[in-house]
Ligand binder design. Structure first.
Ligand code: NAP
Length: 435
């Protein structure tokens, strides 16, 4: 029997985005028994790992260790990293088709959702993305702006009740010694240690039964060294919709149990207070030059679960507002985009232009399904997309210039200083040496 792998040239694959989805896609490709592949992973940043590096909170050390597993993907001889290359700017998608038989878009959801309420652009507002980028040491972090905003603050409102809102609240509420053993940059540790924030109010527009956070992350707020958690027992009176939402849903059930226990706690002696408030929809961020408070409307759930305002308004005093209401995917020039859902439309991971499959283009991760799920969700998602790549491989139109040197020559001609695996490992070693 002839080994088809010795006669067919390897499938040349470009993966756009070196976060978990991209690297899980690469891993799924390199573990195919019957397909030779040659993979280039592009990333706009010099270092790989996307949100596993610049999103997972630096005090969640065990979660961050997923980077070690992802790093092993680069040990495979079929793999190259082309970091510091922005697809769409340094090289177009149309050009990529000259060099690759298949392109897998895994570039995630780079921007944050806005509230679209008055006052959102006043000084004293931060998006969760700005705050998270800063504490993770992201090269795009507007450090001066974030640091000036945090330094001036004494009371914060965090809008949204997802896991990112919980990360933001926890990081704002931890003591210096709780943050010490994390891989946060030193300037971040110093600034948080000196923070004057004594109250953090977290706002959910629906009820505790509908909150997006996971119980493990929620529980951590109740275990902080110098922060008391407060919940209004009235928010835990469950309406029929909430009872139905909880029924058989372990995560929701456990969330409500944790919140119920907290609702019996008294305000203690701790330096900081975390108040979790539900049925609270921000309608305006108040202030003349900078934030002085948030106007909030009480809400209720209608019989069909729809949210409606009750007209009852309260003002929460605050000089810092962090909106944490989810991420949003962005279009990439030359790639179909559904601007309503902020995703690349697909059929089993094959990119769709209207209803037609675009040959050789695939999508996985947040830019495929929206900004949902934990890191592990992306493994299943990327593996499903790669099943489509593998099924299509024999019929894919082959690239005109598959030689791996052709694409790097083009980048060099354009003066693009791409970072390969050795370059990134050198940066990594230097960063580790710096502590
Ligand atoms: P998310 O889970 O989608 O939560 C967004 C929150 O914002 C929801 O509570 C949502 O409420 C609220 N919201 C949306 N629009 C709003 C508005 N206009 N006004 C008020 N509230 C609004 O998003 P995320 O927290 O950014 O997390 C993204 C993904 O990353 C999630 O899958 C999350 O689990 C994951 N993640 C995981 C971890 C971890 O595992 N430790 C850490 C961080 C992030 P509604 O439900 O009412 O829309």
């Amino acid at each position: 029997m002839t080994d088809s792998r010795s006669t067919t040239p390897p499938l040349r694959v470009a993966i756009i985005g070196a976060g978990p989805s991209g690297l899980y896609a690469a891993e799924a490709l390199t573990s195919q028994d019957d397909l030779d592949v040659s993979i280039d992973v592009f990333d706009r940043l010099p270092a790989p790992f996307g949100l596993a590096r610049y999103g997972v909170a630096p005090d969640h050390l065990s979660l961050r260790s997923v980077r070690n597993t992802l790093a092993n993907v680069f040990d495979h001889p079929a793999m190259r990293l082309l970091g510091n290359v922005e697809v769409g700017a340094d090289i177009t998608v149309e050009e990529l088709h000259r060099f690759y038989d298949a392109i897998v878009f895994t570039y995630g959801a780079a921007t944050d959702q806005r509230l679209e309420i008055p006052g959102e652009d006043l000084a004293g507002n931060l998006s969760a993305t700005e705050f998270v980028n800063w504490y993770c040491g992201h090269p795009d972090a507007g450090s001066e702006h974030v640091e000036a905003t945090i330094t001036a603050a004494t009371s914060a409102v965090v809008i949204g009740v997802g896991n990112v809102a919980i990360d933001v609240t926890r990081v704002l509420s931890k003591t210096a010694s709780e943050l010490d053993h994390t891989d946060m940059p030193q300037h971040v540790l110093d600034l948080l240690a000196a923070s004057s924030i004594t109250s953090v109010t977290v706002l959910g527009r629906r009820g505790p039964a509908q909150a997006a956070f996971t119980t493990k992350e929620l529980r951590e707020l109740g275990e902080l060294a110098d922060a008391d958690v407060l919940v209004d027992p009235d928010d835990l009176t469950l309406d029929p919709v909430s009872r139905a939402d909880i029924d058989g849903e372990r995560r929701r059930e456990r969330n409500v149990e944790v919140l119920r226990e907290w609702s019996t706690r008294e305000d203690g002696e701790s330096r900081r207070t975390i108040s979790l408030r539900f049925f609270s929809q921000p309608v305006e961020i108040l202030g003349a030059d900078s934030v002085t408070g948030v106007r909030v409307e009480r809400t209720r759930l209608d019989d069909d679960g729809a949210l409606s305002g009750t007209g009852e308004l309260v003002t929460i005093d605050a000089d810092l507002v962090v909106r944490s209401v989810g991420y949003r995917g962005m279009p990439l020039a030359g790639v179909p985009f559904d601007s309503t859902r902020a995703v690349v439309p697909h059929d089993e991971g094959r990119v769709l232009d209207d209803t037609t499959v675009v040959p050789g283009e695939y999508v996985a991760g947040w830019i495929k399904r929206g900004a949902t799920g934990v890191i592990g969700t992306n493994k299943k998602d990327a593996t499903a997309t790669i099943r489509s790549v593998v099924a299509d491989a024999p019929q894919l139109p082959r690239a005109a210039r598959p030689d791996p040197d052709a694409v790097t020559a083009l980048l060099s001609d354009r003066g693009v200083h791409y970072v390969n695996v050795d370059g990134w490992r050198a940066i990594d070693a230097a960063e580790i040496a710096l502590g």
